[in-house]
Design a protein around this ligand. Sequence first.
Ligand code: NAD
Length: 305
Amino acid sequence: MSELRFDGRVVIVSGAGGGLGKAYSLFFAARGAKVVVNDLGSGLKGEGSSAAAADLVVAEIKKAGGEAVADYHNVLEGDKIVETAVNAFGRVDVVINNAGILRDKSFKSMTDKDWDDVFNVHLQGSYQITKAAWPIMRKQKFGRVIMTSSAAGIYGNFGQANYSAAKQALVGFSNSLAYEGHKYNIHVNAIAPLAASRMTETVMPQEILNALKPEFIAPVVGYLAHESTAQTGGLLEVGAGTITAHRWEGTAGVVFKADQSFTPTAVKARFDEICNFDGPVTYPTSIKDNDWVGKLEEARALATN
Ligand code: NAD
């Protein structure tokens, strides 16, 4: 099987000065893409800035014979990052929204700034870059966008209310853009990666970190970004060489009589049944998959019987 290549494609990777973004940049450049290596060069909590991070990655790509340009803008200035791509390479084909920071704290101690800064980098930053690239992708009828979510966003995590809320928001953002991009051949997917980086090095033992190479995330990002890939609106959890796809599962549910008997006490009496995933289940894939009108008719029919 020949390797998927990206010759002629222009790929923007945000937060590409280290960790996962660096691995993606090297990966795409080695497969023929022209890469915009964006990084503000900030610390883990978003403090400070430096051009060195992006410059080093660009130098490594060039040394290996690849094409890349450094961009030092904050992701909040997404239009300027897209401008860098257009000025250097004339187009934008792929956006990997990857930049991120952490401000982990219990919700009780979290300040408004902790909340806003995390939302700004992850959600607002992904919005700003994608918003600027979107008209270009629509016009050329091609685009691939990847949002970086997190297991913390899917499941929640102690001390990460800000981060997990922003990461789950990126899933909804991704799913909506997948609908809007479809007819323009713009595919949008979200990944929840797990990899050794400065983000995880203090919270995991070294032997596990050794198995969680950022390079093990790049193949799925490469697949999702490729022109031959039809996948859109997906959420993939990926780490240590394993990729799993996620979808929603609902219980069959309970229909109550649509009359005065529908009270909290009635809900309490059947709550185990409502939450029973051992019985029949549903796998809704869109907002239209729940037949609320049919269910209301059923509830009304029960009430009149
Ligand atoms: P990292 O800290 O190594 O990389 C993040 C990069 O983003 C840094 O180089 C940083 O300078 C840059 N950055 C921060 N704020 C920026 C801004 N405003 N503008 C431009 N660049 C900015 O972390 P990583 O582990 O490589 O994380 C990459 C992405 O993956 C993040 O979105 C993170 O939340 C997500 N993620 C990582 C893991 C993991 O296990 N490493 C797990 C879940 C999600």
